[in-house]
Design a protein around this ligand. Sequence first.
Ligand code: SAM
Length: 243
Amino acid sequence: THFGYKTVDAEQKASLVADVFHSVAAKYDVMNDLMSMGIHRLWKRQTIASSGVRKGHKVLDLAGGTGDLTAKFSQIIGETGQVILGDINDSMLKVGREKLRNLGLVGNIEYVQMNAEALPFPDNTFDIITIAFGLRNVTDKSKALASMHRVLKPGGRLLVLEFSKPNSEALAKIYDFYSFNILPTMGKVIANDSESYQYLAESIRMHPDQETLKEMMNEVGFEQTTYQNLTGGIVALHRGFKF
Ligand code: SAM
């Protein structure tokens, strides 16, 4: 399959990812709830809890998509804070902005189209950066992590929420079956788009495991890097500081 992006170059991967998210944007939230059986809400809650966010903070929710994390941050940081929802895909940004405005969340949120590999901000801008289920879609992950490190303030922290490696053989087997059989079928039946969900499964399998991602974060300068396995390592939450 042409989705096996080991064999595609960087430009092809970027345009593939663009196609996938233009295609899923309208149904993204409902599919997220169905495919994770609602559990993504717990993973995101844990991310907020680990972020140390306070009133007045300046936050970048990178690859923020339809804005679940942005919504939570917006409620905590108050009028003096600011959260920027950054995403490369204007379809996802549009769906996100529409959703958050309908929730009455306005005033401290900005929506900016950007590529994680080249963040359009000065050095030392943010207290917190989150990237949830976004890093695996980025072509040059180290470049993106370095860019995040650059725009964090000293003392600031990065949280990476992403699919990872299940910590038992049995769970890995069940999970593989789920992601390569059930997910694409759901994608086909519910969203009439099995290819996008096939991409999802493959991008998950290719993503660096817990220790590899931790090492990648350290390599670009993050310190006190740790991770927490969620749902048996199906998802991991990495956290690193810039000092
Ligand atoms: N963070 C949201 C969440 O957890 O529900 C959305 C996650 S969604 C699976 C991944 C998002 O990453 C998409 O909105 C996609 O457009 C965005 N994305 C992919 N590549 C990107 C890049 N290079 N820079 C910024 N965003 C990117």
